[in-house]
Design a protein around this ligand. Structure first.
Ligand code: ADP
Ligand code: MG
Length: 678
């Protein structure tokens, strides 16, 4: 059989089943994988004249051994090896500590290279290691490896692979793109990444590698988009426009301009035959729920069921209450399904869902259990979509008739990163809050100033406000000195007694208990709710105008912003108090940013500058993909450029029939054969 880059690494000489398995732990399965497994840095083996070195600088020293290596022992387990090298005509003493076994490596009159630290005054070197001079290259590639695969073995395999397969490396990037951005061919890229002669060469290769990685990522997304929009099996939901208008007229408020715009975008998708895969992005409180409700109603008037999946039972319950009220005038039947439902109501719900009596179904991931069969599910909404895994989203989708999908998120992603996170989706953005909303006044207090926040809270409660108080822990902990909700609830109960009621809510309570507490808070029977972050998502109590967050530095910006978004939903001024003694610069900055802006998108941008990729917002909500070479944050300009050219390429040649796109087409086809891309 002819050689191909897709050959298993097993074809390489010296690779048996054991090595195949070992390489697989690094995701290296094919020759191509091996060739594109790039080093993450290089050790510079170039030597420089001694006169150029600064004191204590680490460098490579090459010289001739001019004395026997002598090992002396001092103290238990301690030894020192001394050897003299002739470097640039100067005799330099090299000392290794506790590496007596290196003694045999120094042979009189032979050349050696070592890596170590230069002492300018004494003209001596503290050696760190001996460098093998097997390659002529001045740069030694360093790969990310593990116990199963060692550095040396990997280098050997890559050399073998390049020797036997290097000539097969074609060009995945179309020529004109390569020329325009001055990028290397795949062959030169692989060669210069693994075996660069100079740092300049390796830098050029790295730039190509990053562009190529981003471009191929974007190309996969663009291809998904093409396949998605050309699939003829999307539902056409011919909704009843007059009924929709009638429904909107029953709402207690007028829609904002932004809400109207996104409703139109969604409705256009529903009506068309193409399969809708849309993200609705909007800050907390921007009114996404009502938009989802209008869209679900549209689906119902078209004769389909609509489902809303939310991440927590509290939210499901709350949305249910809200939507029942909202749809009362429209004779739409709303059904709730959660995991904690008792057997009888659960059976009723299942029946309603199966027979089609239920028009709109709201639930947690209970919705995707096997036992649940929908009558005619045509539209699904996934709230706080990043809380669900790909498989959960897919499972719900498979409950329906290739239903249209609207995913919602209140975690704002800077535009430049949305490219990577949501590239395969269409995006609708609500960038405006309902009129009359006053920005929440946020202040940051040190822990010993917390009483100020409580005094203001008491004063506001005298005017009818309610308050959330958040603590990072449920109960006392020996290991960390953080506020816990249980103690805090007790202290505040004393503080606010007898006039105001204080209650506790946390994640270890049963769903029933939690729902009860929330309901009591909603009815204003409880004025202060002390909680952990379980109230984070979506909870909506118009009277709650105060949010106090203890140990606020312990939370990421996204969480803080979400928590703050729980208040200020009514007409009165709302306040947020961050109680924190942050321990580092970044946490201080986070507190400051929170006090400066209420705008989630601005927060996200600011945070982006503060941190690197993968740590956006300080918690794992960002959903950014992992890249081997590029960093979407620091290499953002490359990301944006790659996105743009990939998009233009697919607009011009969606089926990749043009000659210059054949390399890319082959690459994507092979990829499809070997992995499933979500
Ligand atoms: P989100 O889910 O985007 O955080 P919600 O949909 O929960 O926001 O809406 C927040 C609050 O604003 C709700 O009480 C909702 O009834 C109200 N609301 C939504 N749209 C409008 C509007 N156009 N005008 C006034 N109030 C609105
Ligand atoms: Mg919401």
């Amino acid at each position: 059989m002819a050689k191909a880059l897709t050959d298993s690494v097993a074809v390489l000489s010296g690779v048996g089943p054991k090595t195949v398995a070992a390489l697989a732990t690094l995701d290296i399965n094919t020759v191509n994988d091996l060739l594109f497994y790039f080093p993450f840095r290089y050790e510079d083996l170039q030597t420089r004249p001694l006169a150029e070195l600064a004191d204590q600088e680490k460098a490579v020293f090459k010289g001739k051994v001019v004395s026997n290596a002598v090992v002396s022992f001092f103290g238990p387990h301690k030894n020192r090896l001394n050897v003299r090298l002739l470097i640039d005509g100067v005799v330099v003493i090299v000392t290794f500590f506790n590496q007596a076994w290196l003694k045999d490596k120094f042979k009189l009159e032979e050349e050696v290279a070592i890596y170590g630290k230069w002492n300018e005054q004494r003209k001596s070197v503290v050696g760190m290691k001996i460098i093998s001079q097997s390659t002529d290259n001045a740069l030694d590639p360093i790969y990310s490896v593990n116990k199963q695969v060692r550095q040396k073995k990997l280098v050997e395999l890559i050399q073998t692979a390049f020797k036997n397969y290097g000539a097969l490396l074609g060009n995945v990037l179309p020529d004109d793109i390569r020329q325009h951005f001055r990028l290397l061919s795949d062959h030169d890229l692989v060669q210069q990444m693994h075996f660069p002669k100079t740092l300049t060469e390796s830098n050029a290769a790295r730039r190509t590698a990053i562009f190529r990685e981003f471009f191929l990522f974007e190309a996969k997304i663009q291809q998904l988009r093409v396949n998605n929009s050309e699939a003829e099996d999307g539902l056409q939901l011919s909704y009843d426009l007059p009924a929709l208008k009638e429904f909107i007229a029953t709402l207690p408020f007028a829609l904002t301009t932004a809400q109207k715009r996104v409703v139109n975008e969604i409705c256009a998708d529903l009506k068309s035959t193409h399969h809708m895969n849309r993200l609705l992005q909007g800050d907390v409180g921007s009114g996404k729920t009502i938009v989802a409700a209008i869209a679900m109603f549209a689906a119902v008037t078209a004769g389909y069921q609509a489902a809303l999946m939310v991440p927590t039972e509290i939210l499901a319950e709350q949305h249910y209450q809200k939507l029942v009220k909202l749809f009362a005038p429209m004779k739409v039947s709303v059904t709730l399904l959660t995991g904690s439902m008792k057997s009888k109501p659960r059976q009723n719900a299942l029946m309603a869902i199966e027979t089609g009596r239920a028009n709109i179904i709201i639930g947690t991931h209970a919705l995707i259990q096997d036992a649940i069969t929908f009558h005619k599910l045509g539209f699904i909404v996934i709230d706080e979509q990043h809380r669900f895994g790909v498989n959960q989203r897919r499972a719900l989708r498979e409950k329906g008739l290739n239903p249209d999908i609207l995913a919602m998120t209140a975690t704002p992603i800077p535009r430049t990163l949305a490219i990577t996170t949501y590239g395969e989706m269409d995006i609708s953005t609500i960038d405006e809050l309902p009129a009359g909303r006053r920005p929440i006044e946020t202040s940051w207090l040190k822990i010993n100033q917390a009483s100020q926040a409580l005094a203001i809270t008491r004063n506001q409660m005298d005017h009818g406000d309610q308050a959330f108080v958040i603590a990072p822990l449920i109960s006392e902990s020996d290991s960390v000195n953080l506020k816990n909700a249980e103690d805090l609830a007790e202290q505040l109960a004393n503080y606010f007694a007898p006039k105001y009621q204080v209650a506790l809510l946390h994640g270890q309570m049963t769903a029933e208990e939690k729902a009860e507490k929330m309901a009591a808070f909603n009815r204003n029977e409880i004025q202060v709710l002390v909680a952990t972050t379980v109230v984070e998502v979506g909870v909506d109590v118009p009277n709650a105008n105060i949010m106090i967050i203890y140990n606020a530095d312990r939370f990421g910006l996204a969480t803080l912003h979400q928590l703050r978004g729980r208040v200020g939903r009514g007409d009165r001024q709302a306040y947020c108090f961050l109680i924190a003694d942050p321990q580092n610069e970044v946490a201080v900055k986070r507190m400051e940013i929170m006090t400066e802006t209420n705008d989630g998108f601005k927060l996200a941008e600011a945070d982006l500058k503060l941190r690197g990729q993968g740590d956006i917002f300080g918690d794992k909500q960002s959903g950014l993909p992992d890249f081997q070479m590029g960093d979407p944050v620091s290499d953002n300009n490359i990301l944006v450029a790659a996105h743009q050219v990939a998009r233009e390429l697919f607009l011009a040649d969606p089926q990749l029939v043009q000659e210059q796109n054949q390399g890319l087409k082959n690459y994507l086809r092979q990829l499809q054969a070997t992995e499933t891309f979500d």
